[in-house]
Ligand binder design. Structure first.
Ligand code: BGC
Length: 253
């Protein structure tokens, strides 16, 4: 049963949407509706803060002391955001954790969005009990990656930004779900790009399991069977909610 001590709120800030929910930390499931608001154009800090407040208000937890975890689509180190691929450049070298804490009037736990999705899948999902190296990738506006070795997260992997030899641009600009939409690619054509990406990651890291998250993981049947890899590849059990659940579960350390 969900009691006050095993509930937390998770907010997952993405390049396109800001999603939140109340999470049962024992079971790793949503106890509330999933609330989603669009990421404000330009994703400037003040506007993102306003949108996060709206999510908390709609979850009816804006004035509660329920623990709160927030995930962000950038390198996060010691509470600072250090990169900004799909958000305003103002986040680079920004004290984001204390900015949210001051603006929301409460303490938060704060980490990279792909890392928290990885934590969710290790604690409650596709990577639970998996030995060796798990690589979680989120295919969305960008490509996020989490490396988990024997259950321990190696944070801020940023492998969506590996460069394509001899080509302009990085993996995420070529193979993220946003690239499928931008270039109006069929599942087959997009999967050819993913084939390049996962083959490259496989060569670099020899992982034991790939987990695919992000919104498109709900369409796993349309592209995953088309991939030909040595490594087992599975969709995130929590699909696009892995970020919310993982952000909430940060509050358990
Ligand atoms: C960012 C990562 C993030 C990923 C998914 C990338 O552009 O650099 O930090 O995890 O997008 O949102």
């Amino acid at each position: 049963m969900a009691t006050d001590s095993n509930r937390a709120v998770g907010v997952d800030i993405g390049g396109t949407g800001i999603k939140g929910g109340i999470v049962d930390l024992d079971e790793g499931v949503l106890l509330s509706d999933r609330i989603k608001v669009p990421t404000p154009a330009g994703a400037e800090p003040a506007d993102v803060l306003t949108a996060v407040k709206e999510v908390l208000t709609r979850l009816d937890v804006a004035d509660s002391d329920i623990p709160l975890g927030v995930a962000f689509p950038a390198i996060v180190k010691n509470g600072q955001t250090l990169s900004a691929a799909n958000v305003s450049k103002k986040w680079i070298g920004f004290q984001a954790e204390s900015f949210f804490e001051d603006g929301l009037g409460r303490g938060i736990r704060f980490a990279n969005d792909a890392d928290v999705a990885g934590i969710a899948e290790v604690r409650y999902g596709a990577a639970k009990g998996q030995d060796g190296l798990v690589m979680l990738t989120t295919l969305g506006t960008g490509i996020g990656t989490a490396l988990i070795y024997n259950g321990v997260l190696i944070p801020n992997a940023e492998l969506g930004h590996v460069q394509r030899a001899g080509k302009d641009g990085d993996a995420e600009s070529y193979a993220a779900y946003s690239a499928k939409e931008r270039d109006d690619l069929s599942w087959e054509k997009w999967t050819k790009r993913l084939q390049w990406y996962y083959t490259y990651l496989e060569f670099l890291f020899s992982p034991d399991l790939f987990v695919v998250g992000g919104g498109v993981s709900k369409n796993a049947d349309d592209f995953m069977p088309l991939l030909n890899l040595k490594t087992r590849i599975v969709p995130a059990v929590h699909r696009n909610n892995a970020g919310i659940i993982g952000a909430a579960s940060l509050t358990r350390g």
